[in-house]
Write a protein that binds this ligand. Structure first.
Ligand code: FAD
Length: 284
């Protein structure tokens, strides 16, 4: 199907993009276009104006300072996959996204603004305790990843706000990993688990775990974390803690044409255990 008619402008700065989108009643931002263009063609989105962010250099790239890593909203998944500055869980997940074309065009900001429940980045950003920086007519603010993802395809972005960058703590003494079972056609997650762990004195001292792909929005796995905190990290403790993911997933597990809810539930502990084991091995 052809998209409905729209005007197109290429913004030269974040300020111009904010001004263009907020002064227009039915405008949409365009980044890599990998979710928006299909939505336009299916007429699920029918904006009158597309504001292209693609040439705003200030939104691109990865930088590290004062113990944090900052990733511009227009940074592609391919750049993230190749980065040594990002925590391993992020670069690993980025390398598992779609295919080379998707990784070369798809952007961090577009991925999280779209908030597809099958996307990998929401899971990773919740596990890392990321801050999502946005700019709008009222100024700038930072939104914790835990609060950014609200529901299926729904975020806490206000009308006219633009994601400018995502900030995560740099990995120092932690190990982290991402494991997913994916749709073989698109590589979107059927279930993905992200884990970051620090070990001190032979036991788990710090742990953040998140899961996505199986619930309307990615979730923090508090039950898994509580089961492993202060424990030695071995096969027995990891298997035991991973089983607690059933409680974290709760009642809202998705069943669709790719995988039933029962299937997703049946693989969850196994995938969580793999992510925890890989993160623990890296932390050691
Ligand atoms: C075949 C295929 C396979 C894929 N597989 C995976 C996968 O395995 N895992 C995964 O995580 N993802 C996957 N994706 C998604 C992909 O990774 C992209 O990140 C995603 O399509 C959106 O990014 P984009 O830059 O293309 O955004 P666009 O399509 O340009 O925009 C998406 C939405 O975000 C808004 N937006 C864009 N930038 C901003 C911004 N800076 N601030 C506020 N709003 C903004 C747009 O207005 C639009 O509503 C896949 C996509 C395709 C087509």
């Amino acid at each position: 199907m052809y998209p409905s008619k729209f005007d197109y402008v290429r913004a030269q700065s974040v300020e111009e993009a904010v001004e263009r989108t907020s002064s227009h009643s039915n405008a949409k931002l365009l980044a890599g276009g990998h979710s928006l263009i299909p939505a336009l063609k299916l007429r699920l989105a029918q904006p009158d104006l597309l504001v292209d962010l693609g040439r705003i250099a200030a939104l691109k790239g990865i930088s590290r300072h004062n113990g944090t890593v900052s990733v511009g909203a227009l940074t592609t998944h391919a750049t993230c996959a190749a980065s040594d500055d990002l925590p391993k869980v992020w670069s690993e997940a980025a390398g598992l996204i779609g295919d080379p074309q998707v990784r070369n065009r798809g952007t961090v900001g577009g991925n999280i603004a779209h908030a597809d429940p099958a996307s990998d980045l929401p899971t990773v950003l919740i596990a890392l305790g990321a801050q999502i920086h946005v700019q709008g007519t009222a100024g700038s603010r930072a939104i914790p990843a835990d609060e950014f993802f609200v529901d299926l395809f729904t975020t806490s972005l206000e009308e006219g706000e633009i994601i400018t960058r995502v900030e995560v703590p740099a990995e120092s003494n932690q190990g982290s990993a991402y494991t997913k079972v994916f749709n073989p056609a698109s590589r979107y997650a059927i279930l993905g688990v992200a884990a970051q762990v620090a070990i001190a004195g032979g036991v788990c001292r710090q742990l953040r775990v998140a899961a996505g792909g199986s619930t309307p929005k990615a979730i923090r796995a508090h039950h898994v974390e509580a089961a492993l905190q202060g424990q030695p990290l071995n096969d027995t403790t990891i298997q035991h803690a991973a089983a607690a993911i059933a409680e974290d997933l709760g009642e809202e597990v998705i069943g669709d044409m790719y995988a039933s809810a029962a299937y997703r539930r049946s693989i969850a502990a196994q995938i969580a255990a793999r992510a925890l084991s890989a993160a623990a091995a890296r932390a050691r």
